[in-house]
Design a binder for this molecule. Structure first.
Ligand SMILES: Nc1ncnc2c1ncn2[C@@H]1O[C@H](COP(=O)(O)OP(=O)(O)OP(=O)(O)O)[C@@H](O)[C@H]1O
Ligand SMILES: [Mg+2]
Length: 353
């Protein structure tokens, strides 16, 4: 079997933190480190030859020439609000199957307002929200404070800082003005969910989709007095490879009934957005203690180093799957979805047979 690995590799840090286009800014936080790409490649080699297909401007040509049996997609994309959808769209165009969700789901999931509209329509709990494309629209916001604001189509903590929690109209105006100017896209304004936070890793398709052990975010690990949000500071400033924050509790220490409710809302969101193969769903409790879906990550981060904070591999380890086994399980799940056949035993022979 020949597997293509579609990825975007983080450039080496260079330039100034304040220059939005520099590689030291938050411009490339969604992309993967070389060590992650190497680890995924190693895991995939169980099934045969792995062809690296960096998702750059030559990706369509490289894919057309390589014509792998399957593309394993971890590419976060180059440009624009639909960037995560480009690799699966090109795969579909060239009739090459790929892992993870299709272009429709990836474009929707990267757009937090569209995601929440679908969740609300499908009866999946999510915080009350509205979207603001221009500062003048703030006058029409009728949601009660406190509110939380974020750029509509970013991920990996980009544009989400502790002061995105707004307690007054003045704070809301100041923060929305800054986000509109800095990220050049509409801002999602939603009710602040004050309760505990969880993230749920899901593997599988249709009725076989199932949750790995729930990961709880322990905000007590943040610096004293920090606002309890898992945003840019917690992901990229306070948590470093040299001094990792002890942020995750897996399985999350919650009563069985709450765990069932968290899993239920996560799976409902997974199906509402039409997710495939795998996805990580972020959940937070509202003031009444009910789980609400914050957002979905259908291209979940998979940092291989167990000492670094990466929720999906962590949940997999607790479920008894090593890092390599997790990646290989995603391939098996995708192969079964695409061909109806199991990819087991001697996979290379079965796949090419
Ligand atoms: N409505 C809300 N109420 C309270 N906290 C929130 C809300 N929305 C987001 N947060 C906090 O901000 C964090 C980041 O938000 P979100 O998950 O939407 O961003 P992201 O950058 O797409 O995340 P990821 O790194 O998972 O891609 C959440 O994990 C949560 O701690
Ligand atoms: Mg998130």
């Amino acid at each position: 079997m020949r597997i293509g690995l579609a990825y975007n590799e983080k450039p080496d840090p260079d330039g100034s933190l304040d220059d939005p286009s520099s590689t030291r800014s938050d411009a490339f936080v969604e992309w993967d480190d070389r060590s992650t790409i190497e680890a995924v490649e190693q895991a995939l080699s169980l099934f045969g030859d792995v062809v690296r297909l960096e998702a750059d401007v030559l990706f369509p040509q490289k894919l057309a020439l390589a014509r792998p049996h399957l593309v394993f997609n971890i590419a976060e994309g180059l440009h624009g609000p639909n960037r995560e959808a480009h690799v699966p769209a090109i795969c579909e165009f060239l009739n090459v199957p790929c892992t993870a969700s299709d272009s429709l789901t990836l474009a929707l999931a990267l757009h937090k307002t569209r995601t929440k509209q679908i969740l609300a329509q499908c009866g999946v709990a999510t915080a009350p929200f509205t979207e603001v494309a221009r500062l003048e629209e703030l006058g029409g916001v009728e949601l009660p404070f406190p509110l939380f604001v974020k750029p509509v189509h970013e991920g990996s903590g980009k544009g989400i800082f502790v002061n995105n929690l707004c307690r007054s109209p003045a704070e809301l105006r100041e923060r929305v003005a800054w986000l509109l100017e800095r990220y050049r896209q509409p801002v999602l304004v939603e009710a602040y969910l004050p309760g505990a936070e969880f993230t749920v890793a899901i593997l599988g398709n249709g009725a076989a989709a199932a949750c790995l052990p729930i990961v709880g975010i322990d905000f007590a690990a943040l610096p004293a007095g920090a606002t309890p949000v898992y945003g840019y500071e917690a992901k990229w400033v306070w948590d470093t490879p040299e001094r990792p924050l002890d942020l995750f509790q897996c399985p999350a220490p919650v009563p069985a009934s709450l765990a069932r409710d968290i899993e239920g809302v996560a799976l409902a969101a997974y199906h509402a957005l039409g997710c495939r193969d795998w996805c990580r769903v972020d959940v937070r409790l509202d003031a009444a203690g009910a789980p609400n879906v914050v957002e979905l990550n259908p291209l979940p981060g998979v940092i291989p180093d167990p000492n670094m904070n990466s929720c999906f591999p962590k949940a997999a380890r607790v479920a008894g799957l090593s890092y390599y086994e997790l990646i290989q399980e995603v391939v098996r799940i995708a192969w079964k979805r695409i061909t109806g056949q199991s990819l087991a035993g001697t996979p290379a022979q079965e796949a090419t047979a």
